[in-house]
Design a binder for this molecule. Structure first.
Ligand code: C5P
Length: 290
């Protein structure tokens, strides 16, 4: 069985407060995009994970490994499958690639192992693997509350929106970024509510009114590359780029007609990095022909 698992940007990301369990209470608007990894599931005698295209662990630190182990344990079966991951979505980018790998693996393994797809079980296992894994079970657009795992579906950015994405200069560790937060904005959560209301009504407000990310300054504190990118983007392009999640990828929503021009300017400034023009999509993962 072959699947594609996607990526996301956070159109808004507001941090409300720190919780007693160490996590942070969020209000975010996730938007799934068509940048995707490929995963192939084949029968095997044991659990075996391989990764091409990125330097990530293949043992029980790998989210797909954990997804297979957790699902098999719950179903009372042995996790016998070979999971071959081909990465295209950069790692440590704030684009949710690893979370999407885990969500797609969980949902696809339910079919592969003939376990049925009990949505409540899938959501619980997904939320246990990471804060934004559950989002990728459905994809599209959604408000994320709690750690990001409490989801309210939304209509996505309308056609012909595109998202121009600058890949990170270095991976950023999410936990370190949250650790560098130095306070919480009064009224945090309101921007997310306004954008969600706009998307529900089919009227997207001007991006200057909603493109926020409360993790951008803390990320710039922990990563010199994020700090330099931020300064260069502000000085060079006069376009309101935002960090996605905890970084280090950057994005801007643009009308389709402007996307190639913005992509070309970024590619000129960062010739060593990938720059993508992504489309909003209504899924988080999908089966593709083998
Ligand atoms: O859940 P996930 O594994 O993606 O989170 C990675 C780290 O990011 C957590 O260990 C935590 O330090 C931080 N985090 C947080 N609040 C959230 C999500 C993540 O503090 N809502």
């Amino acid at each position: 069985m072959r699947i594609e698992t996607g990526a996301k940007v956070n159109l808004t990301l507001e941090v409300l407060r720190r919780r007693p369990d160490g996590y942070h209470e969020l209000a975010t608007v996730f938007q799934a995009i068509d940048l995707a990894d490929r995963i192939e599931l084949t029968s095997a005698d044991s659990l075996e994970v391989t990764v091409h295209g990125a330097d990530v662990p293949t043992d029980d630190r790998n989210l797909c490994h954990r997804a297979a182990t957790a699902l098999a344990a719950e179903a009372g079966i042995r996790p016998e499958v070979r999971i071959a991951i081909s990465k295209r979505v950069p790692v440590g980018a704030g684009l949710g690639g690893g979370s999407a790998n885990a969500a797609g693996t969980l949902a696809a393994l339910c079919r592969f192992w003939g376990l049925g797809d009990d949505p409540e079980r899938l959501h619980r296992l997904a939320a246990g693997l990471g804060s934004d894994v559950a989002f990728f079970l459905h994809g599209g657009a959604a408000v994320g509350l709690g750690r990001g795992e409490r989801l309210e579906p939304l209509p996505g950015l309308p056609e012909p929106s595109r998202l121009v994405i600058l890949s990170p200069g270095e991976g950023v560790a999410t936990g370190r970024v949250y650790g560098a937060l130095d306070g919480f904005r009064a009224g945090a959560g309101q921007v997310t509510e306004r954008l969600a209301a706009g998307l529900r009504a089919g009227v997207v407000p001007p991006i200057g009114e909603w493109l926020v990310n409360d993790l951008e300054l803390p990320a710039a504190r922990v990563s010199a590359v994020v700090r330099e990118d931020r300064e260069r983007l502000a000085a060079l392009l006069h376009t309101p780029f935002r960090l996605s999640g905890s970084g280090g990828a950057w994005f801007v929503p643009v009308p389709a007609a402007d996307a190639e021009g913005v992509r070309a300017s970024l590619a000129g400034v960062w010739p060593e990095r990938s720059v993508w023009v992504a489309r909003p999509v209504s899924h988080g993962w999908r089966e593709v022909p083998a």
